[in-house]
Design a protein. Structure first.
Length: 238
């Protein structure tokens, strides 16, 4: 099935039927298209029709709860999961969704989760570990009265882990350059920090990461490994 962009919903037959000849009703197709698109999402994704709901919080560091954004997750017993945020603000809104309440649904903190923007299916998919999904402050920006809708699927296999590692490496680069404590939520940091108890386990973890990222990221990986050790030392000393 093909998702119809909201800007072109006037091509829908029922939208055309509702259009008047007058230019004064030129916005009517957009309104009809909005609801037609959401109805289509419900038909294509059973989690939106039958899923149970878990309220979530939209937050902003230093500001607390963003009270003009309604966020929630829907899930089914078939391990379908969707995350939704709706802004009721008439100005642009910047926030992250606190997903810690989803912990019972995310049993493996090192598993790979594919996140798809179902409103804009042409947007690049993101890949996060279970730990990143639960604890990372991944900021999003919504326009006035905008909506975020993400479908979350757990993936297995080497190819999925490779995609996760590559995106986690880019995130780790940004985190290391800053002073944020968010670095410890990163997938690669978690893999290495878990293996710090013995040299042998750490060597195994490094080999695992190298297998996922080399030779493509040969120039970046040493810098990130140094950053992980630096932040891990500060964490354990604290």
């Amino acid at each position: 099935a093909h998702l119809i962009p909201l800007t072109s919903v006037s091509a829908l037959p029922h939208a055309r039927e509702g259009m008047a000849a007058s230019e004064e009703l030129v916005r009517l197709p957009d309104v009809l298209g909005h609801y037609a698109h959401r109805s289509m999402l419900r038909r294509m994704n059973p989690v939106f029709r039958h899923g149970k709901m878990i309220p979530l919080y939209a937050r902003h560091t230093g500001q607390g709860w963003v009270n003009r954004v309604f966020a929630f997750a829907r899930y089914t017993d078939l391990e379908e999961l969707a995350i939704v945020a709706i802004s009721f603000d008439d100005t642009p809104t910047n926030f992250y969704i606190d997903c810690q309440r989803l912990e019972p649904l995310i049993p493996d903190l090192f598993a790979c989760y594919e996140i798809t923007d179902v409103i804009n299916p042409h947007a690049q998919k993101s890949y996060k570990s279970g730990g990143e999904l639960l604890h990372m402050h991944d900021y999003v920006a919504l326009p006035p009265f905008g909506c975020l809708c993400q479908k979350v699927v757990c993936l297995s296999g080497h190819a999925a882990q490779k995609k996760l590692a590559e995106q986690a490496l880019h995130r780790l680069q940004r985190l290391i350059r800053g002073t944020t404590e968010q670095v410890r939520t990163n997938f690669l940091f978690a893999v290495l920090a878990r293996a710090l108890k013995t040299f042998g386990s750490f060597r195994t973890a490094v080999r695992y990461i190298c297998d996922l990222l080399l030779p493509k990221h040969e120039g970046t990986l040493p810098f990130c490994l140094q950053g992980v050790l630096f932040h891990a030392t500060r964490t354990h000393s604290a």
